[in-house]
Design a protein around this ligand. Structure first.
Ligand SMILES: [Zn+2]
Length: 68
């Protein structure tokens, strides 16, 4: 289940909730009971950067004896 970060505008606290994605925009109460909260654009399961470009080569011309 994805986790979402929220921030309370009443007390400035930030907290985290696990909830279904379908309820990601549902209101959330802060731990202190305030309901004036906003959902932060958090990093939801960012599992690393894009893969590095694969090295070119493999099946190059010189492997096939066409360079000489
Ligand atoms: Zn609060």
């Amino acid at each position: 289940m994805p986790r979402y970060d929220f921030r309370c505008r009443e007390c400035g606290d930030t907290f985290e909730l696990s909830r279904p994605m379908a309820e990601s925009d549902a209101p959330a109460d802060c731990p202190q009971g305030h309901d004036d909260t906003v959902r932060l654009l958090s990093t939801v399961a960012v599992g690393g950067r894009a893969a590095a470009p694969a090295p070119s080569g493999g099946g190059g011309c010189c492997g096939g004896g066409c360079c000489g």
